[in-house]
Structure formats: structure tokens, C-alpha cells
Write a protein that binds this ligand. Structure first.
Ligand code: NDP
Length: 255
């Protein structure tokens, strides 16, 4: 399976997003364009991304806050201009937020809404805004079926959003995070059913418990291992996976 030629990621200035950028750049056949979006490409938290961009002409930094609908449409225009008639093969909705202390006793309306806005509404708006470019990639591809090298939306979700699996991890309630990611899982299924006819694959991926600011240093996996896994799952995805949740090793997780 060929690799995606044009890729866009959200939340790419640190954690899993930054590692995805690094490993995509270092892959044997790197994408022609990687659009690494983040909230503040000029700020101190994007220094590593800027250092990478100064060495890799195929890496383009784009300002994008997934909570801001007009920032999303502005970013889509910038990317369309840069692609200059090409489509976008792969959209990775990676940006996410997490409130570790949100139990049913402590969670409040504001936290619920904030998590929903970033973790579910953001990916929904991203797919809407980038749909014309994803459709273009699918139309221009000679590949049959669905694949990440043709056109795909990958929503970075979590096993904590699986309703079936909740009893196994409920010692860690994280209510706002779980509910927002369960919504993202539902969104993934709705996108898969809708965008199938446009030739776009839609999958939710769980990266494992990863040592990042969000996962903390107590987590199971290094960011390197998780991202290596995620990037080895992408090329095996086909229509049979669209509308499913898989982990970083490609194993199915029930909704
Ligand atoms: P981090 O907290 O390390 O990084 C989160 C990233 O999301 C940052 O780049 C952050 O940008 C960005 N972000 C947050 N809000 C917004 C926003 N409104 N607009 C744009 N970017 C935003 O998290 P991880 O790298 O660990 O997580 C990445 C994804 O993986 C998330 O969706 C998370 O839910 C998921 N995941 C992570 C697990 C883990 O164990 N780490 C486990 C399961 C899933 P900024 O620097 O501006 O804040």
C-alpha cells in the first residue's frame, strides 16, 4: 500500500502529534506535504516544530485552534492554496484535552462543554472544512476501495471512550473526557457511513496509554512506540475498518 502524499494533523506541537510529524518526516517515503497545525505556531510551545520546519521544506506550520470554527475555515483556505490543485489524503484529528480529576462529584458544566468542544466538535468541524480537499484526493486516486493513501479521516480517540470497556477502567472516572471521546466515536461511525460514498475512510484509533503531558510519565508506552504502532496500522486500514475503533496495534476495541 502506498503512503499518503498529503497529510494534515491537529495538535502537532507536542505529545503524540509532534511525534507523528517527526516519524512521518523520517519515513522512507515521506509525504510531499505535512500540514502540522497548532494553536500558536509562533509561540514558545512550537519551537521544536519550527526547528523541524526549518530543515524540512515539506513541513508547513499552520495556525489552527480546533475550538474556533473560523480558524478552521481559514486554515482550510491556507492549505488549499498550498496544495495548488492537489487533494488532502489524510486528516488526523489528534488535538485533545483531558481533565484528570473529573469524577461525577466534581465535574461541572463548563468542563463537560469544554471537553466536548475540543474532542468532538473540533473533529466534526475539521472534517466539514477539509471535506472538499479529501474528496478531491479520493477522486484523483486510481486506487480501488478505501485507504489512508487515498483519502481518510483518522480520529485519535481512546479506549476510555468505549462504553463496553468502561467497567475495566472506571477506577479512573474522567467523566468529561470519556463522554467527549464516546461522542467522537459516534462521530467516527456517522462520518464512515456518510463519507464512504465519497471514497473516504473514517477510523478512530486508540494510541495506548502514552507518556506525554496528558498520559504522564507513569504511562505504559513511550510516545515513540505508540506512534510507530499507529503509523504501521494506517497502511493496513481498508473499507472493512471504516467506522471502527482500533488500538495502536491494529486490534479492534468494541464501541
Ligand atoms: P498532550 O496533552 O501531550 O497534547 C495535546 C495536544 O493537543 C497539544 O498539541 C495541544 O496544543 C493540542 N490541543 C489541545 N487543545 C487544542 C485546541 N483547542 N486546538 C488545537 N490544539 C489543541 O496529549 P497527547 O499527545 O497525549 O494526546 C493526543 C491525542 O491522543 C488526544 O486526542 C488524546 O485524547 C489522545 N490519547 C492520548 C492518550 C495518552 O495516554 N497520552 C491515551 C488515549 C488517547 P497546546 O500545546 O496548544 O495546548
Amino acid at each position: 500500500m502506498a503512503a499518503a502524499r498529503t497529510v494534515l494533523l491537529t495538535g502537532s506541537n507536542r505529545g503524540i502529534g509532534l511525534e507523528l510529524v517527526k516519524q512521518l518526516l523520517g519515513s522512507p517515503r515521506p509525504p510531499a506535504w505535512i500540514f502540522a497545525t497548532c494553536r500558536d505556531p509562533e509561540g514558545p510551545r512550537a519551537q521544536e516544530l519550527r526547528d523541524l520546519a526549518s530543515k524540512h521544506p515539506n513541513l508547513v506550520l499552520v495556525k489552527l485552534d480546533v475550538e474556533n470554527p473560523s480558524a478552521i475555515t481559514d486554515a482550510a483556505k491556507v492549505v488549499e492554496g498550498k496544495l495548488n490543485g492537489m487533494g488532502l489524503n489524510l486528516l488526523i484529528n489528534n488535538a485533545g484535552i483531558y481533565t484528570p480529576t473529573a469524577s461525577l462529584e466534581t465535574v461541572d458544566a463548563e468542563d463537560m462543554v469544554r471537553a466536548y468542544k475540543t474532542n468532538a466538535v473540533g473533529p466534526m468541524l475539521m472534517a466539514q472544512a477539509f471535506l472538499p480537499l479529501l474528496k478531491k484526493a479520493a477522486q484523483d486516486s486510481k486506487e480501488k476501495g478505501l485507504s489512508c493513501s487515498k483519502a481518510a479521516i483518522i480520529n485519535i480517540s481512546t479506549i476510555l471512550g468505549s462504553i463496553k470497556k468502561t467497567p475495566d477502567s472506571f477506577f479512573h472516572p474522567v467523566i468529561s473526557y470519556r463522554c467527549s471521546k464516546a461522542a467522537l466515536n459516534m462521530l467516527t461511525m456517522c462520518q464512515a457511513l456518510t463519507y464512504k460514498e465519497s471514497g473516504i475512510l473514517c477510523v478512530a484509533l486508540h494510541p495506548g496509554w502514552v507518556k506525554t503531558d496528558m498520559g504522564t510519565q507513569e504511562a505504559d508506552l513511550t510516545v515513540d512506540t505508540s506512534v510507530r504502532g499507529l503509523l504501521s496500522v494506517l497502511p493496513i486500514l481498508s473499507e472493512k475498518h471504516s467506522g471502527t475503533l482500533l488500538n495502536w496495534e491494529g486490534k479492534a476495541i468494541p464501541w
